[in-house]
Ligand binder design. Structure first.
Ligand SMILES: Nc1ncnc2c1ncn2[C@@H]1O[C@H](COP(=O)(O)OP(=O)(O)OP(=O)(O)O)[C@@H](O)[C@H]1O
Ligand SMILES: [Mg+2]
Length: 465
């Protein structure tokens, strides 16, 4: 991934947003510290100036102008002279004594604390220093000025402003670098997924998203995607299998049909033979159509898109109807077909498809049970929900084959002599799935017992999805 793309990611934008919030809040915090501290220095200076003034006024009261002048002269030379400013001036602001050369114009007619830049000599240079000062009028026209150099505060301000600038600059730098790093890191993971999907689009269905094993959300996504791809691959290969089976299974009857017509043509038959051949052809075509219909029904049930046709259905009448259709067939084969109902079994069902499924079960039971046996269809309302059971006394299906016979075109070796395509139970299974019903194949000792168990219906609605 190119560095420019990393800057365009959502992650990087999010990092920028967080950075902006962080910078704003730290600037606010540092600004507050700055404001509070420099305010404290101001107040300290005010207190010092006021205390000096009070002290000097006291001197004046005790010793008069002469005493005051002496004290000021002393203080102007002492340690305090570094940052304290003193001046005694006459009525026309003429300097009497102190460490200032002239009365500052800013203080001529202002009372109280005044802050102004004051020119002072530092070594051999003149420097404008921010100064806080206060003037006091003495009786007989003299005046006293006490001030403080605010150099300390200026230095402090400079240092704090420098620190703020540096910390903001560093925060920005780290934030940008961090955001860039994180988004590159995440993009690498996303890229792996993108690479896999383009590989798959290019035709390589075998590709899978790499899993790092960290167990994070990307691994989760990769596992899910891979599971989905496995499923798609399985479905595709199933589809391929079914297509091959369909082609194979259709070829046999079509070949048979064609051969019969050909033989009839060569035989130079009479009209009766023609009639017979045409009738056989129609029968064969019917069987082919029936197979296609079965496959269509399975596809229809598997698409599961018929939820609007699902309605509250009473199972006993549905089963009675089908059983009646199969009664002659059972009788013809010498089988005892009985129907039993226990309770008012109700399920949410698609009437047409469910009828087809029950018909397939009955068809199997009658087809595979030798004459003299019996077939029983039962509906029941149990605690687990409504049930339809079709049981026979035939050869049954060995336990290890019960799963396999549900697949399309699968027929047991023992049934090769009977007609069929191996689609009946596939349809039953597709219909069961579509209804959210359980399909159970069990031993009827002897014979096979197939149960369709539907979810209980509450207030006319199925709880099954
Ligand atoms: N009641 C049964 N008793 C014994 N074997 C059965 C029974 N029902 C199904 N089978 C076995 O399961 C296989 C699959 O059944 P299925 O109904 O899917 O196909 P089919 O009956 O062979 O053909 P079709 O139903 O498409 O006409 C059958 O070929 C048979 O071997
Ligand atoms: Mg069948």
């Amino acid at each position: 991934m190119s560095p420019r793309n990393a800057l365009r990611t959502t992650t990087f934008r999010l990092a920028l947003a967080y950075l902006a919030i962080f910078v704003a809040s730290s600037a606010t915090l540092l600004g507050f510290i700055y404001w509070a501290t420099s305010g404290a220095i101001d107040r300290e200076s005010e207190q010092i100036i006021e205390a000096e003034l009070t002290g000097l006024r006291e001197q004046y009261r005790q010793w008069g102008v002469v005493g005051l002048v002496r004290v000021i002269e002393e203080r102007s030379k002492g340690d305090r002279a570094d940052d304290m400013r003193y001046l005694v001036a006459g009525p026309r602001f003429e300097r009497v004594t102190g460490n200032l050369s002239a009365w500052p114009p800013e203080l001529r007619d202002r009372r109280g604390l005044v802050e102004f830049p004051l020119k002072v000599r530092v070594g051999d240079r003149q420097e404008a220093r921010q100064t806080m000062a206060m003037a006091f009028d003495l009786p007989n026209g003299f005046r006293l000025l006490v001030g403080r150099d605010m150099k300390e505060r200026s230095e402090f301000r400079e240092r704090v402003l420098g620190a703020i600038a540096w910390s903001l600059a560093l925060t920005l730098a780290f934030g940008l670098a961090g955001g860039y790093w994180v988004s590159r890191h995440l993009m690498r993971r996303v890229d792996a997924i993108n690479r896999t999907s383009s590989g798959i689009r290019a035709g390589d269905l075998q590709q899978r998203v790499p899993v790092t094993g960290k167990g994070d959300e990307f691994d989760q996504l990769a596992l899910n995607l891979n599971a989905m791809l496995d499923q798609i691959e399985r479905l595709m290969s199933g589809m391929r299998q079914v297509t091959a089976n369909v082609a194979h299974d259709m070829r046999t009857p079509l070949n048979r049909l064609r051969a019969r017509l050909e033989v009839t043509l060569i035989e130079k038959p009479d009209e009766a033979r023609y009639r017979e051949a045409i009738q056989e052809t129609i029968d064969e075509a019917d069987r082919i159509i029936a197979t296609f219909n079965a496959m269509l029904s399975i596809a229809e049930a598997e698409s599961g898109a018929k939820t609007e046709s699902m309605a509250r259905t009473e199972l006993p009448p549905l089963v009675d109807q089908i059983a009646e259709l199969y009664e002659p067939l059972a009788e013809e084969k010498g089988l005892a077909l009985s129907v039993e109902h226990a309770g008012r079994a109700v399920a949410r069902a698609d009437h047409h498809l469910l009828s087809q499924a029950v018909a397939n079960l009955l068809d199997n039971a009658i087809k595979y049970t030798p004459s003299g046996g019996s077939v029983t269809v039962r509906t029941a309302e149990t605690a687990k929900g409504a049930e339809i059971t079709v049981a026979d006394t035939g050869p049954g299906i060995p336990a290890e084959s019960r799963e396999a016979v549900l697949a399309r075109f699968v027929r047991l070796e023992q049934s090769r002599s009977t007609p069929g395509n191996g689609l009946g139970l596939s349809l039953v299974q597709a219909v069961a799935r579509m209804h959210g019903a359980d399909l159970l194949l069990e031993d009827n000792a002897p014979g096979l017992r197939v149960t369709l168990r539907f979810a209980a219906v509450a207030n006319g609605r199925s709880t099954a999805k």
